[in-house]
Structures are given as structure tokens and as C-alpha cells.
Design a protein around this ligand. Structure first.
Ligand SMILES: [Zn+2]
Length: 140
């Protein structure tokens, strides 16, 4: 199809310039950047079921003095959890509860793969602090 010549395209809309000094209490530029680039990072942890990017090694944190923790749940399953400050590729579900929590003072919700829904671990929230505890054997 020939390009229309009698109807020139309008001028491109001006792109709003980022205003780093503007107050933006809800802005999470780092999160947005991570979501956009998680697939390009070289230290991405992926869902073992579907390879969806979940988090990255650069978000690994220590909680109670260690990144990885081994826990056993009330029905006897043992989990090796890695703690991450961010898990942009995970979806969180369920009501936060302190029941059987592995981190005193932190309530937990379920963390799933944002693509296939596989259960990957838990999202822990304690006051203003929050982190993901992900089952390392379910990531790759
Ligand atoms: Zn998945």
C-alpha cells in the first residue's frame, strides 16, 4: 500500500521529560526498569516450569543474617528459600497471615509465577519491610 502523501503525519507528540525532582511518592522507577529488562539481565532467576523471569541475583538480600534459609512447614515439607528484595515477575495471592510464619514479625502471602502460576514461594511483609522468600529449587 503506498504511503499517503496528501495527508502528512502529524508532528510526533512531545515525549514528557522525566522530572527527577518532582515529588512522586508512588513512583517506582527501579521496579519499572526491572520489569522491562528482567529478561535481559544476566543474573535472572527464572521459573523452572516456564522460564518466566521472576527475580535476579542483584536483588538477593540477607534476612536474619543469611540469604538462604531451610524451613519445614507444618506438614513436613522442607524448603530451601532464597530471600530477594524484589520479585518483579512474581504474582502474590492470598490474605497475609502470621500463621506458622518462618520470619517472626512477618506475615506471609503466596508468591506464584506471574506467567504460569506455579507456586514459587512466599511474600513476607513486616511493617514497611517486605521481601520474597522463593524456593530455590523451583527457580533456574
Ligand atoms: Zn512459570
Amino acid at each position: 500500500m503506498p504511503a499517503p502523501t496528501s495527508n502528512p503525519s502529524p508532528a510526533p507528540a512531545p515525549v514528557p521529560a522525566p522530572s527527577p525532582n518532582a515529588p512522586s511518592p508512588n513512583a517506582t522507577p527501579t521496579d519499572e526498569l526491572v520489569t522491562a529488562t528482567l529478561d535481559q539481565l544476566d543474573d535472572t532467576f527464572r521459573c523452572r516450569s516456564c522460564q518466566h523471569g521472576i527475580t535476579a541475583g542483584r536483588f538477593a538480600i540477607e534476612v536474619d543474617g543469611a540469604h538462604a534459609h531451610t524451613f519445614r512447614n507444618p506438614v513436613g515439607w522442607s524448603f530451601r528459600l532464597g530471600c530477594f528484595a524484589e520479585a518483579p515477575g512474581a504474582a502474590v495471592s492470598g490474605t497475609a497471615t502470621y500463621e506458622h510464619t518462618w520470619f517472626p514479625g512477618y506475615a506471609w502471602r503466596f508468591a506464584h509465577c506471574g506467567a504460569c502460576g506455579n507456586h514459587l514461594g512466599w511474600w513476607f511483609v513486616g511493617g514497611a519491610d517486605a521481601f520474597a522468600g522463593l524456593v530455590l529449587t523451583r527457580l533456574m
